[in-house]
Write a protein of this length. Structure first.
Length: 176
């Protein structure tokens, strides 16, 4: 997110990661889930997923600020328009781990912490994204953000566009 959105939105997203992990560790301790190979693997899996909700909230705030909203109005809009869809996506992702968590076998008993830790981390990630990330965005994002159409594409964007155009011209080569 540092490259795509800039350093301030990147910091807003980056601050969410240790907060989610800290709350996840506290919740694991509360429920008696020990830190072992399976739960560490679950944290690694969840780490790739837990930034998604925070990025959605920050991107929505930036989008609305580009339209002229102030930071507080953009944060409010980000919360009201993304909280339920993000929760739905989070619950669907957790549902993918239900068979692992409730398998009636030795492997299911051994791997229950995979389901539990991923579920805890993703729910905590959602809570942080809807409560903490908009607040952090209000504090850290600049007062005004220019719209995307107000400047020339960056060198990176122009290079990426050229690469995409070449790939589209040689689509059979790319697909093979």
């Amino acid at each position: 997110s540092f490259l795509a959105l800039g350093w301030r939105p990147g910091i807003v997203v980056a601050v969410a990661i240790p907060l989610v992990l800290a709350i996840t560790f506290v919740t694991m301790e509360y429920f008696g889930i020990s830190l072992q190979r399976i739960s560490l693997g679950a944290l690694i899996i969840a780490l790739g997923l837990l930034v998604d909700d925070a990025m959605i909230a920050v991107e929505m705030m930036i989008s609305k600020m580009e339209e002229g909203y102030d930071r507080i109005s953009a944060a409010t809009y980000a919360y009201t328009s993304t909280a339920f869809p993000m929760l739905t996506g989070t619950l669907v992702t957790i549902a993918g781990f239900v068979p692992v968590g409730f398998a009636k076998s030795g492997a299911g008993e051994y791997c229950f912490s995979l389901f539990a830790v991923v579920g805890i981390a993703l729910v905590v990630s959602w809570v942080v994204a809807v409560l903490f990330t908009p607040l952090t965005g209000v504090v850290l994002l600049p007062e005004r953000i220019k719209g995307h159409g107000s400047h020339e594409p960056s060198r990176l964007a122009r290079g990426f566009q050229a690469l995409l155009e070449m790939a589209m011209r040689a689509k059979w080569l790319v697909l093979s």
